[in-house]
Write a protein that binds this ligand. Sequence first.
Ligand SMILES: Cc1ncc(COP(=O)(O)O)c(C=O)c1O
Length: 390
Amino acid sequence: MDKFSFARRTNWQQETNALNKAFEELQAQGIPVIDLTASNPTSCGFLYPEGMLSVLTKEENFHYQPDACGMVSARKVVAQHYTCQQLHVSPSDIVLTASTSEAYSFLMRLLVNPGEKVLIPRPSYPLFQFLLEINDVAFDYYPLQYEGGRWCLDLQALERLVDAKTRAIILVNPNNPTGSYISRAELNFLNEFCRKHQVSIISDEVFFEYSLIPSDAVSCAGNKAILTFTLGGLSKTIGLPQMKCAWILASGPQEALKESLARLETIADTYLSVNTPVQNALSVWLDYAPEIQGQIISRVKANWQWLSDHLNEHAELLSLQGGWYATLRIPAIKSEEEWVLEFLREDHVWVYPGYFFDFEREAYIVLSLLPPAPVFQKAVGLIMKRLSKI
Ligand SMILES: Cc1ncc(COP(=O)(O)O)c(C=O)c1O
């Protein structure tokens, strides 16, 4: 029989990579591995109040009243949540989705024709390649530069990369894994840049509330200068990725805003993917946001502080302003993959190699700051001990 032909966009490499292979080998031998790539908050020992679960048993969950953009009551709760950022937001500018990933897909369907492109940051969130390719969207990376102990947008590179096919620029604010926020000056530049080139902004702000130090960070939520889509969601805001609810907050010049919301409504209506129990639980859940964020922020800050106090001369901790990750620059005497394999096989500690996030140069490793302090400290101790053998 002839080989079955699948769509080219799914021609991904299927083999297990060397790091996963090494991890599986250790698992097969029953050797415990300390996982410093852990980014799932529900497996990092945080306490989720009982009241969050009981709200799911409400009688009204038996009634289905579909609303393409999400139930008005739920959108009102999300709008209200933005008052934490001193922002007045209208529920009618919000579209609920099942995840931020789905929100990206909706926005690609809204903004980008096949063959057109978006600009994405580098280093950044590794899922972009898939999210864009699945939607037949081309992309160019724009670099984030680490200068004077701070990450910033390479404004000249943006000017070089933009062309008539560019439809949107994606920001991750704060970025994963660099933990860097967009500054007021950068947003001012972007507004002018996007106006000039007829490009919209998509700002992924899932980590926005995880600010670790006072900074000049600005949110794109409510940005009116150009068409802007700000993304948020429960996976980070209340640390519950499995509850599957995220949102797009649209803002911008009136006419384009109105038109984009009407089109998004039709896209969302085609899927109706946000479930009713979660929407009914939203008001209770978002009331718990400060409590859950408080636990996560204190864990992240404590691990970050401990890391910075226990570095040796072979590890430089890059500055960060927010988020859940720390980046270490380590000597490029071997490749990132060799380093990460060595930590894994010899020390049974699993960290991310920088290339996972498309760092332009080697050698970087990225550590999740979510694991409980004793676990994190033990793993960092082992990493430093290995580096000290250089
Ligand atoms: C920058 C960024 N955006 C979005 C997500 C995922 O969000 P969701 O679970 O809502 O798809 C992640 C997950 O780690 C992320 O790092």
